[in-house]
Design a protein around this ligand. Sequence first.
Ligand code: BDR
Ligand code: CA
Length: 313
Amino acid sequence: KTKIILDVDTGVDDAMAVLTAALSPETDLLACTTTWGNIDVDQAARNTAAVLQLAGRSDVPVSRGAAGPRDGSPAWYSHNVHGVDGQGGQADTSFVPELSGETAVETILRLTREHPGEIELVAVGPFTNIAAALDADPTLPERVRGVTVMGGAFLAPGNVTPVAEANVIHDPEAAQVMVDADWRVTFVGLDVTMTDMITEVQRERLAAGGEIGQYVARILDFYFDFYREVTGERCAGNHDALAVAVATGLVVPTLAPTVRMEIDDTHGPGRGQTIADLRPMTNGWKVLNGARHCAVLEIEPGFTDRMIDLLAR
Ligand code: BDR
Ligand code: CA
């Protein structure tokens, strides 16, 4: 079992990631930490706790994290993609979450001290909490097994601008701090999350399932409408759960080079771009030039279908 801390901005696909982590026998979900991004951080915490309750996993602590970008600029949200409540209009407005009492940073630091070298940090929202945890304790990289994130677009186009993916462009300064730290970050980006799409047939399987499946089918309804505008059909990228799957070994990437990575944090048209050095050099040359992170470029499709089986209960 892989121990993970899952950092989320619980929109629709984050909810599926939380459920996958909470229900999959391969995963030991120690905590969820929440961030701003798709919606504000309080709604993210509410959605996360609600989804854990639905999974029968209210034992997993939920901590509240950053409310906006690292540079102090105003937060902005993806309500058009995930709904104003982040759950495609399906969030229970009367639900009052019980939060851990710790901040996201406190949870990350405490758990990595309790389980040194064992925890995979999985971040599937803007990386503000991860950067703040590094500020609070620069020795954090010594205590984690690794970091896996949903973020970036390498050969694929972006989804917020021509070059930038949402989690990175929400807080490029935080993403840069994360890649500058002395650890290996595995980027599960749009190159792969837009390949194993969730289909209408799969959504119907969820709808015919149990309570969890029916809930996921309902939140996907809104998400599919957004993707229909983009792709022409009702379907959706399976972003965040794929990062959980890579982090916990549910999916082994077929192409995932070690790369030097830079984040464009300028204020020009390149802002938020993940620049991986994919030039065909030898490994020795690459390592000498700072290659340390991993850009997942290819996976075998099939995980999404297995995830649907897991959630259709
Ligand atoms: C990422 O952005 C958010 O909208 C999703 O939850 C996912 O984490 C995809 O670019
Ligand atoms: Ca997310």
